[in-house]
Design a protein around this ligand. Structure first.
Ligand code: SF4
Length: 472
């Protein structure tokens, strides 16, 4: 006998052998996962269930889906690691009933069933709704940039390409000069190192020129070599090459009820799309959404209003006139009854014309009093101060008034959206996405979000209560 706790003898036989089920606790998340996936209408969601051409029966999509969701719940994203875990991990062996598909089968399943996997993510939101975990009145919308597999050096914008071409050209010139010096030297030095460097640079130049042709053909004048859909995007830091993930987050428990992945870096045109998705998932007549000033756009606010969605979005603080020390827009008061603006000098700016600007009907206002105005130097550097008003400016005015009446909304937004993105990025590691192209990246994000929501629901309710709510 030793002073340490001793394990069992490996060769000890038992009278009543233990079953695999004995190793999985009643509170284990795999029981929730198992029930959730077994309860799904797999063919209705569009999973491919046909046999492969070898004649051997394929694995059921439920088995492969269980492997993937388990993997994402436990931060195991690689096909090879999932193959290994299916052979040695007791929980996974329990989930798959000891089936252990090879990594290629696992990876092909994700590749071939992207749309269906995205719908599974939505199905779990329905489970959360049934379990009473969602507040059905208010969601916060936010976007965050996630890194693609594509390295920054393998992404070219016009400016970056110009710079690279110039650098290579300068290097070639430098080596050419050095070669000329070597040529004139007596006794003659070995020219080969210079010639090899020049040849390598010329090859690089040819390669860049080929990419330049592709870059000019691309609609957004940008080309990524490793992941063709990844785009260079601005972030608070130095910028990344990646994707923009949009989410609608429930204000009650911070569950992600809708999401979308795009390769457009700006959030300005994303508000109504994701808000409508959230409204549809929640199945409510009216919905309130709150987003940051990056989403402020008249057309988007209008689209929300038309869909019975009340949006709280602050106006951006940028004003060219204010920066120049001139009166900004807030100093001009609109008088709806007269359709005129009152300026800081007390004069009226009347509508003098209408024109189409980027698809929007804009009315133009100015006052004939401007040339004689005593405070003109504070208002404009031109002869008149012109003022443009979108024909649906009322939508923006209502949005501003709403936010003034509800100053707490921005604090609610911050408290709601920051948690999910922080958690997702921590789980995904340094190189966020492992897959390439928008379609596959979207599937990957759906799996991440499904895992996030599942963990969150389990933390809030516990496995037993969640399972009971699902079975009710
Ligand atoms: S310059 Fe024209 S718009 Fe500006 S304060 Fe004077 S009158 Fe009003």
């Amino acid at each position: 006998m030793t002073k340490f706790i001793e394990g069992e003898n490996r060769f000890q036989s038992t009278l009543f052998p233990e079953s695999l089920d004995d190793y999985v606790s009643n509170e284990s998340m795999v029981r929730v996962l198992d029930y959730f996936i077994d309860d799904l209408n797999i063919s209705g969601l569009g999973f491919r269930t046909e046999a492969n051409d070898t004649g051997r029966p394929p694995y059921h999509p439920r088995t492969l889906l269980k492997i993937y969701v388990y993997g994402y719940l436990n931060r195991i994203h690689s096909g090879r690691r999932l193959e290994l875990e299916a052979q040695r991990n007791v929980e996974l062996m329990w989930l798959t009933k000891r089936l252990a598909p090879d990594f290629k089968t696992i990876l092909d399943f994700r590749k071939d069933n992207g749309e269906a996997i995205r719908l599974v993510c939505r199905e779990f939101v329905m489970v959360c709704k049934k379990a009473g975990l969602l507040a059905d009145a208010l969601v916060a919308i936010d976007g965050s940039k996630f890194k693609a597999v594509n390295n920054r050096d393998k992404n070219f914008t016009r400016a970056k390409m110009k710079r690279r071409l110039r650098e290579v050209e300068e290097s070639i010139d430098r080596y050419m000069d050095q070669l000329a010096v070597v040529d004139e030297q007596e006794p003659a030095e070995d020219k080969r190192p210079f010639e090899e460097k020049i040849a390598a640079l010329q090859k690089e130049m040819e390669r860049l020129k080929e990419h330049e042709v592709r870059l000019h053909e691309a609609p957004d004048k940008q080309v990524s070599l490793t992941d063709p859909d990844a785009r260079s995007m601005k972030t608070r830091g130095t910028g990344i090459v990646g994707y923009n993930v949009q989410t609608a987050v429930d204000s009650k428990h911070h569950l992600i009820i809708a999401h979308d992945v795009t390769n457009v870096g700006s959030d300005r045109s994303q508000l109504s799309v994701i808000a409508k998705q959230a409204k549809e998932v929640l199945g409510v007549e009216k919905l309130e959404v709150v987003a940051d000033r990056g989403y402020y756009k008249g057309e988007e606010l209008l689209a929300c209003e038309e869909a019975d969605i009340t949006a709280y979005v602050p106006k951006p603080l940028t004003s060219g006139n204010k920066a120049k020390g001139l009166f900004d827009r807030s100093k001009f008061i609109y008088k709806p009854d007269d359709d005129e603006y009152e300026c800081p000098a007390g004069e009226r700016l009347t509508c003098r014309g209408t024109r189409l600007e980027k698809g929007k009907i804009m009315h133009r206002y100015y006052s004939s009093a401007c040339p004689q105005c005593p405070i003109k130097s504070k208002c404009t550097t031109g002869t008149y101060r012109y003022f443009n008003r979108w024909e649906r400016e009322d939508v923006m005015e209502r949005a501003e008034a709403r936010l003034e009446d509800n100053p707490d909304m921005m604090a609610i937004r911050r408290a709601t959206v920051e948690h999910p993105f922080g958690t997702l990025k921590a789980w995904m590691g340094w190189t966020h996405f492992q897959t390439k192209t928008l379609d596959r990246v979207s599937t990957e994000m759906s799996l991440q979000i499904l895992a996030y929501n599942m963990k969150r629901a389990l933390n809030i309710m516990g496995a037993k209560a969640l399972l009971e709510a699902m079975q009710a």
